[in-house]
Design a protein around this ligand. Structure first.
Ligand SMILES: [Zn+2]
Length: 346
């Protein structure tokens, strides 16, 4: 109806289907003859899958569907020598959203803009797009996809309808991973590691080649931490930094569109997340809740480690890991970050 908002925020953890949903919805909005059916007593619309719009959408070449990412900076007017950084560049917001939002659709009756990683918009960029969010042309729908709703200014949020995506049940993730050929023990680990994110679990279970894989690295990391002595810290830190760079290399093969520095950061944070999971298990064992250890596949090692400190200490160590995560990408040598972290974890 005329009163439906045209700007949305899809918020929720990484890998729970925000972009997939945005895409499906866009396909339906752009479809020339959407199919109506009843779902629990309410009308439910879906794209027909056959019209011209649906066909070009399926081929990723719909002229009225726009995906906006920070990587587009190289295609902005002054972007020839620019590299994608951490923020969503304001030039991308201006040239790919604000200026294009007023252009009429060419194939369908609508245009749809989906901005990825909208949590990377700084306040200037968010202020620049307020007017576009407030009164987009009637044919235009804008969806901001973000993992951190708290990064969106109140003024941005008030102009959008927010849809919050929750995490996915563990048994569903395990089943999906098994269907993708992942062994059950491994699938259970990645399901718990990902905290309900199917996308994260699938990605990590796929980080594998003949020589190395993420699950082996995680098993080695548990062994390392369980036996860590102060004289081993330097070598262990070097190994973790090496593991992170191996993982980043594997990641690049399945996700070549993301910049290498982003993948490097994600891989390093992933290794830190493995450490976090181990400490989390120690904390659980300390308070006798042992039904769902993340590292249930290496329970004995985790139990050995848990005897070394109490739950409060484990909580402090988890905090130390989160602090180290903040250093990742701040141009500090990763081996040094791991060294400092491991000293804190003994
Ligand atoms: Zn269609």
């Amino acid at each position: 109806s005329g009163r439906e908002p045209h700007a949305y925020i899809f918020a929720g953890p990484e890998g729970v289907g925000k972009f997939t949903t945005a895409r499906e919805w866009a396909k339906m909005l752009l479809c020339k003859s959407p199919a109506e059916s009843q779902h629990e007593g309410k009308p439910f619309y879906d794209s027909c899958g056959q019209c011209e719009s649906c066909r070009v959408f399926g081929a990723d070449s719909h002229p009225d569907f726009h995906t906006i990412s920070k990587e587009l900076v190289v295609y902005t007017k002054d972007g020839k020598n620019k590299k994608p950084g951490i923020d969503m560049p304001i030039d991308v917001v201006r040239e790919f959203l604000i200026e294009k939002a007023v252009i009429r659709p060419s194939l369908s009756d609508h245009t749809v803009f989906v901005m990825l990683e909208a949590e990377r918009l700084n306040q200037y960029s968010q202020n620049a797009m307020l007017k576009t969010l407030e009164e987009p042309p009637a044919f235009c729908t804008i969806i901001l996809v973000c993992t951190r709703l708290d990064r969106m200014l109140p003024t941005t949020q008030s102009r959008c309808r927010t849809v919050v995506f929750g995490s996915i049940r563990e048994d569903i993730i395990i089943k999906k991973l098994q269907e993708a050929g992942v062994m059950t023990t491994e699938a259970r680990y990645w399901a718990r590691f990902s905290q309900g994110s199917l996308g994260v679990a699938l990605t990590w279970s796929k980080l594998a080649s003949e020589g190395a894989n993420a699950y082996e690295i995680k098993k080695r990391t548990v062994e390392m931490l369980a036996r860590l002595k102060i004289e081993d810290v330097v070598d262990a830190a070097e190994q973790l930094a090496k593991d992170a760079s191996v993982l980043a290399g594997l990641w690049d093969k399945i996700d070549p569109d993301t910049s290498k520095s982003d993948l490097g950061r994600r891989a390093t944070k992933g290794v830190m997340r493995m450490l976090c999971c181990i400490l989390n298990d120690c904390m659980q064992l300390g308070v006798n809740k042992v039904d769902s250890l993340i590292n249930s596949d290496q329970e004995n090692l985790v139990r050995d480690l848990a005897r070394r400190f109490d739950p409060e200490e484990a909580a402090l160590k988890i905090e130390a890991v989160y602090k180290s995560m903040d250093w990742v990408g701040a141009s500090v040598n990763e081996k040094l970050i791991f060294e400092e972290l491991l000293f804190n974890l003994i």
